[in-house]
Write a new protein. Structure first.
Length: 398
């Protein structure tokens, strides 16, 4: 609750998915597993450690963060769906890589012993979900032993839960007009209809996560679908737009340490989405090494797959000093100008022009010779992210 209290009022949040609904769910929302997994996640643990390092939260919050991290790793191992996942714990238990399988099994054994030490209240209260989770852990180990005996190379633990069944049969029932008991012919036609029309994904309000089976979900529709306008990159900015005067370039505005950490993490995410191919251009945007040297890189290191206790960003990217200043200009420009332009037109183009006129943009533009439009795309993507985080009308920035 203290983490949510300090984080909710910020423009850039260290735990952006955390809402009051997670902490005080309604009776119906308590049945949604998705809300529980979002609380027991690496992002919440990283935010808690960051606030503890800055003396905003008490030092005891580190123990809570360590417990959340253990639960996050356990849930990742119990929901693996690929042998080549970037996150180590999300990789399938495989005989091809014995080191991965041994570490996963060791984590399951340690988690079983750790859950056995839990005491709720005065010890007289029995929580059935804890016993069910321990039974699931032992069941996965037993299934893997049988797979080894049968000669199976790997085991995707997500295939053992009921989410894929709920997704498939739920969508088939909807396509058939709420058929609770279809005959074989109706089931076959419904299954073909669901697969061909790319409908095997669960809706956003569903209790279970979407099944990422590439053989089923990866099928495209037989007819070509036009690309949505919001999914396309921002069109080329026209210099003849004289609808409203351009906003002035904002002077230097200081940001606190929490915002600086969030900006560093967002900057690395924007570079990842930019898909820069040229090595020289990538050096201008990303730091060559992956070691945490500044206080603004702590959140990125905490969110990496290498773990909260290690100072290595892993698969994430650390922005260069110039790119960090450019993203900082995006943050300040949006905070100063966006609210005053809410009822005007072409807000996105005008905000991007304001950022491109700043000094960091000029320095980066001279180095990005192979990708001259990268800065425009980064600024536009950042401006589109902000209305979602602040619950503003997204159509104004699309």
């Amino acid at each position: 609750m203290a983490l949510f209290h300090w984080d909710r009022s910020r423009k850039l949040r260290a735990a952006p998915k955390l809402r009051m609904l997670h902490l005080r769910p309604t009776p119906f929302k308590k049945m949604r597993v998705k809300l529980a997994t979002q609380v027991m996640s690496r992002s919440v643990a990283a935010a808690m450690v960051l606030y503890a390092d800055l003396d905003i939260l008490p030092p005891e919050s580190r123990e809570t963060a360590a417990a959340l991290l253990k639960l996050n790793d356990l849930l990742d191992v119990l929901n693996s769906s690929s042998r080549l996942a970037k996150c180590f714990h999300k990789r399938a238990i495989s005989q091809i890589k014995p080191v991965t399988a041994e570490k996963h099994l060791q984590l399951l054994r340690e988690a079983d012993q750790w859950l056995g030490k839990w005491v709720v209240g005065d010890g007289s209260v029995r929580v059935h979900s804890i016993g069910g989770l321990r039974q699931t852990i032992r069941g996965v180990q037993s299934v893997w032993d049988r797979c080894v005996e049968a000669g199976c190379e790997f085991l995707c633990t997500r295939r053992l839960n009921q989410d894929p069944l709920e997704n498939m049969f739920g969508m088939i029932r909807q396509r058939g007009g709420c058929m609770d008991n279809p005959d074989p012919t109706q089931f076959r036609h419904g299954y073909k209809h669901v697969v061909i029309n790319h409908m095997m994904a669960a809706p956003p309000t569903a209790n279970c996560e979407a099944d990422s089976d590439g053989l089923i979900v990866g099928l495209n529709m037989t007819a070509a679908r036009p690309e949505r306008a919001s999914a396309r990159p921002m069109a080329r900015l026209r210099s003849d737009d004289r609808v409203m005067p351009e906003p002035k370039v904002v002077l230097d505005v200081p940001v606190d340490e929490v915002t600086a950490n969030c900006l560093s993490y967002v900057a690395g995410y924007l570079v990842h989405k930019a898909n820069v191919v040229c090595r020289n251009c990538e050096r201008a945007l990303v730091r060559v090494d992956s070691e945490v040297r500044a206080t603004a890189d702590v959140l990125t290191a905490l969110k990496s797959h290498t773990g909260v206790t290690k100072c290595d960003v892993g698969s994430l990217k650390l922005p260069s000093a110039v790119l960090f200043e450019f993203v900082r200009e995006c943050c300040v420009s949006f905070s100063v100008h966006a609210r005053s332009m809410l009822f005007e037109t072409k807000i996105l183009e005008r905000l991007v022009r304001c950022v491109l006129a700043s000094k960091p943009a000029t320095v980066l533009a001279s180095q990005l010779r192979c990708h001259p439009r990268v800065l425009t795309g980064i600024a536009a993507r950042y401006m589109r992210l902000m209305p979602v985080s602040e619950k503003w009308p997204v159509s104004k920035f699309s």
